[in-house]
Design a protein around this ligand. Structure first.
Ligand code: 3HC
Length: 707
């Protein structure tokens, strides 16, 4: 990254227009050298008598991706964004920002302070600060509200979504869109504005879109989202700021925003969400991969199994513009699968998240087949049939026979041994796990699982492929449950055992929801139905693979099923139901008391905090074992897995980040105390002990310098 302000913003005069080119890789973020460069160049252009107008443009076809996120939490250096904006807003020479690639966050705010904006047709703009636990703190809440009105501003800033240049034009966020040469068009535009003469427009002084705002809009927005936003700071503050923009004088509104921004900046949720931003990008990188290795080109994808999972995977593939052939064992299976895919698309049209034209374009990329020969020209084939090793091996044998050399043969298994599946082929180097999460067209996580023989090229290919289809890839090693389900097992087991110790399902659910999970564990189990898991356990018990006599086996779910309580669909499960309304059921408490009595488990009361700490500490201890075994590459990969695959609250940053915020020492205390009471299931992970002893974070850095 260039650290020299002179090169971070270049200066050139073309036809009486000063062209300021921001060249601050990788994404032209507003880092200190870039801010310094902008101040110097704007002053230079102001003083340059040969200059009549100013164009600000980014190098490499991108404008500015926002504040430099790496600077958050560090001492401030260099000029502020506000100083640059002040220079642009008060310039007697018209300033035109030329937007290409992405103009996001502080990047868009920079442009909103200029009197004029022109965008390349492919450009995207947005204020995504909320996704980092922040609000637009460079005047964005004020200027945007005054430009588009409070209702549109709330929508844009609270969603953080990127919009296209043409949408921005329709909303009046940009003044012109060009399909031609952005630089030349911006220069011509600037010259024309200089010829027209000032005064030039200032978004911050506009009144037309905020006059007569009904304050009920803000109250309604707060009330409608109070539950969704629980535990976060930024969304509430965004509403306050947009309200301030609609009701206060410009300077007072900007001051209000500045204070609200500081509050968000210092909130724990900001640290967690910034951690997640970098964690997501790190997760895509494979440690130790030969840097010369390139992912194979993927143009055509095969999916086996037209069930919910296969259909969802196929939708992700065609949504990203790739060809997909979907195969099933029967025509009925294919028809049912296609109906479901079409149904999902119809819902998204109804909701307005997609247009019919987009759906038609996606469906045109989907073909179906009953014959494996259809996979002969596929670059990757993903098997998504039910979890049965014999069937999967048979499928991989068939794939080996028909697929072209170099095709990646992937399995969506969530549990089975990748190496055993690979052994059914003569090309285990091309076999790998790609574990998607249901609904696969929605859930962002793709847990790629490397087998012992998966080649570097195969790994690189599935990591790139997952990104290509809009997923967040994480690389896991091959063990029972990989990263996600291995920890999930501990999560469920620990919650179940807490019930035997005296908590109730509704208290556990309340505690987990209070922590930020979208839904309690037991309500979720009741909704999915308890019978499927029960039947699977029965099968394992019959096969001698499950020991129900152990103190660690929680029999409640089995006993509920034996009593015909399969969850919401039977009117009772962990809860009792009136339609969809769940109410606590004393009968369940009675069953739990009897189980505890039989096991000799002493019962006690729990606070919500104890419940969360107990369950999460068990998860973190398992996470540490996963790390020490090399199943996960880094602790933040576990965070990414949990957030994108299992609904762990984003504003907590993931289980491992939560643990490091709490202090690994505290986790170890909880783990040791439970180890003393319950024995081996709570055996402390060696890595956890080692890090605590050395005063280090998960990555081995001294705790004081941890990010
Ligand atoms: N600051 C610092 N580094 C950034 C950055 C930023 N704003 N945005 C991206 N990067 C880094 C990434 O960490 C990555 O680094 P790496 O190569 O070392 O892993 C590199 O730039 C490339 O990023 P991506 O892999 O994400 O590249 P893509 O091309 O896929 O995406 C992008 C580009 C759409 C710009 C995406 O990076 C992005 O969304 N960035 C964040 C945008 C954002 O949230 N801006 C708001 C910041 S907060 C703010 O502006 C506060 C203000 O209101 C005061």
């Amino acid at each position: 990254m260039s650290q020299d302000p002179e090169t971070a913003v270049r200066y050139q005069v073309v036809d009486e227009v000063a062209v300021l080119t921001i060249d601050f890789p990788p994404v032209n973020a507003l880092g200190a050298p870039m801010r310094e460069g902008m101040v110097r160049r704007l002053e230079q252009a102001g003083e340059d008598a040969s200059v009549k107008a100013i164009v600000v443009i980014g190098a490499n076809d991108r404008f500015v991706a926002g504040a430099d996120i790496r600077e958050f939490g560090k001492p401030r250096v260099g000029p502020t964004l506000q100083r640059i904006q002040g220079l642009m807003e008060t310039s007697v020479k018209p300033v035109v920002c030329a937007l290409d690639g992405h103009a996001l966050g502080g990047g868009l705010e920079l442009a909103l302070a200029a009197p004029f904006r022109i965008a390349a047709v492919r450009a995207k703009v947005g204020l995504p600060e909320v996704t980092l636990g922040l609000l637009p703190g460079g005047g964005g809440t004020q200027r945007m509200t005054r430009m588009v009105g409070p209702d549109v501003a709330l929508d844009l800033i609270l969603s953080g979504r990127h919009i296209s240049a043409t949408q921005a034009l329709d909303l009046g966020i940009v003044d012109a869109v060009t399909q031609g040469d952005l630089r030349m068009d911006a220069i011509a535009f600037a010259k024309a504005k200089a010829a027209e003469g000032g005064p030039f427009p200032k978004a911050i002084e506009r009144e037309d879109k905020v006059a007569g705002t009904d304050r009920a809009l803000f109250e309604q927005t707060r009330a409608a989202n109070a539950r969704k936003w629980a535990g976060t700071v930024a969304p509430f503050k965004i509403v306050d700021c947009v309200e301030a923009a609609s009701t206060m004088a410009p300077r007072a509104g900007l001051e209000f925003e500045r204070e609200a921004f500081e509050l968000c900046l210092n909130a724990p949720s900001r640290a967690a969400q910034v951690h997640l931003f970098f964690a997501e990008r790190e997760a895509a990188k494979v440690i130790g991969l030969d840097p010369a290795v390139r992912p194979r080109d993927i143009r055509k994808v095969g999916v086996i199994g037209a069930g919910t999972m296969g259909g969802g995977i196929a939708m992700s593939v065609i949504n990203s513009g790739l060809n997909c052939v979907l195969l099933d064992a029967t025509q009925e299976g294919l028809d049912a699968g296609l109906d479901k895919v079409r149904g999902n698309y119809a819902t998204s049209v109804k909701r307005g998240s997609r247009t019919q034209a987009q759906i038609d374009a996606a469906l045109a990329l989907l073909s179906t087949s009953l014959d494996y020969a259809a996979f002969s020209d596929c670059d990757i084939v993903i098997e998504a049939v039910f979890e049965n090793m014999a069937i999967k091996q048979e499928i991989f044998g068939k794939l080996d026979a028909v697929c072209k050399p170099g095709a990646v043969l992937a399995t969506n298994t969530s549990a089975l041994d990748i190496d055993e599946i690979a052994a059914a082929t003569k090309r285990p180097q091309d076999v790998i796990g790609t574990h998607f999460f249901s609904p696969a067209n929605v859930m962002r996580l793709c847990e790629n699982v490397r087998g012992a023989k998966s080649s570097d090229e195969t790994i690189a290919t599935v990591m790139a492929f997952a990104k290509r289809i809009g997923k967040v890839p994480v690389l896991a090693g091959n063990c029972e449950g990989f990263i996600g389900n291995r920890i999930l097992k501990i999560y469920g087991q620990e919650a179940d055992l807490i019930l035997e110790e005296g908590a109730t399902p509704w208290q556990v659910d309340k505690a987990l929801k209070g922590f930020g999970f979208p839904m309690g564990l037991y309500l979720m189990r009741d909704m999915s139905g308890l019978d499927v898991g029960w039947r699977m356990r029965q099968g394992r018990i019959e096969a001698g693979a499950l020991d129900t006599s152990s103190a660690e086996y929680p029999p409640l779910a089995d006993q509920l099923c034996e009593a015909g309580r399969f969850g919401q669909k039977t009117g009772a499960g962990y809860y009792r139901y009136e339609g969809r309304d769940a109410t606590p059921d004393p009968e369940v408490e009675q069953i739990l008391a009897t189980i505890a009595q039989k096991k000799g488990t002493p019962r006690r009361s729990f606070t919500d905090e104890e419940i969360v700490e107990q369950i999460l500490s068990a998860m973190v201890n398992e996470g540490a074992k996963i790390l020490e075994e090399g199943i996960a590459q880094r602790s933040s990969d576990i965070d990414v897995t949990y957030i994108y695959g299992y609904g762990f609250p984003k504003h907590r940053g993931g289980p491992m980040f939560w643990a490091s915020q709490l202090g690994l020492g505290r986790i170890l205390e909880v783990v040791r105390a439970n180890h003393a009471r319950f024995g081996d299931r709570w055996k402390p992970a060696r890595l956890l002990e080692a890090r605590v002893t050395a005063g280090q974070d998960w990555d081995g850095k001294p705790v004081a310098s941890a990010r």
